[in-house]
Design a protein around this ligand. Sequence first.
Ligand SMILES: *Cc1c(COP(=O)(O)O)cnc(C)c1O
Length: 369
Amino acid sequence: MNVPFSDFTQMHAEIRPALNEAIARVVDSNYFIGGEEVSAFERAYADYVGVRHCIGCGNGLDALHLILRAMEIGAGDEVIVPAHTFIATALAVTYAGATPVYADVEPDTYCLDPDRLEKAITPRTKAIMVVHIYGRIGRFDEIEAIAKKHGLPIIEDSAQAHGALYKGRKAGSLGVASGFSFYPGKNLGAFGDAGAVTTNDDTIAEKVRILSNYGSKEKYAHILKGVNSRLDPIQAAVLSVKLHSLDRWNDARSEIADAYLAALKDCGAVLPKQDQNVKNVWHIFPILVENRAELMAHLKANGVQTLVHYPVAMHLHAAYRELGYHVGDFPVAERIAAQEISLPMFYGLTDGQLETTVSAIRTFMQKDR
Ligand SMILES: *Cc1c(COP(=O)(O)O)cnc(C)c1O
């Protein structure tokens, strides 16, 4: 049996007529930048997240970068970023002209470790960027207490956490502002690149909107040095259709995760920890094993495709050599980078595909002991 890492077939089959109708509506409107399709999605997504503002933009990296620019964080400033995340989190800081300063993540949540955070704060620190990695929120209360103590704003990178909850509050509503990506493979994915900023802060919202549209509110009146990073109506129309099903798709991912957790219990792999304060939306189902390459090869031989998110810890990327970090600086992030495997996780994964994946893992782990 073939088990792909991800597959949109069932997801899109179920909403095909609505998607076709939405795309046709945009074509018929003769309107391809901005307009009512974009505003309608922005309102719907702000309501979904539970915030006053949602501003569509080109992608998740831009969303984070635009937030930092709107907050006037730039040259000479530092932003704390977890040592385990996708490179975009740090690149957004670099784009803004500031410097990313890494802090290690926790072994239980893989999110920013509040116990490591405080040591990374310096007089130049201007914000803390939390990342809800793999679809779950970390120890937010503790991070917020440290942020308050130091008078620092928290920015959320919610690119993997559409619909995730922390004590009943949605990802995207916890910090001063949040960046979302609608990259096709995310839990809420467009048919290309797309992103958004969510916030309750009127000033940040207004500035993000201006910055994302060439620094102008009125055509040709450029009051800031902005960029071109807008959500296309065609993507907005697709996202509006998909948003109706997001909770249902997240629930299906949750069932798959529960089945993995039950079936892989005691097999020797490190499994994700559950936390009753947190609703995980399982963007990724990560396991940690010591012999990753061998297990991935064994799974591949059994028709199961797996991926690694991500094989290099942030502080060890060649692109950031100038920051001067070394191997051993962030041991938890380095361990995840060395041992993580992402199992197949998508709406429509069948019981048979799950069983194939699980039994291949169990066979390998037994032999390996
Ligand atoms: C996907 C992702 C991004 C960037 O989103 P793009 O839309 O690809 O620019 C940022 N942060 C994290 C954690 C992501 O997973």
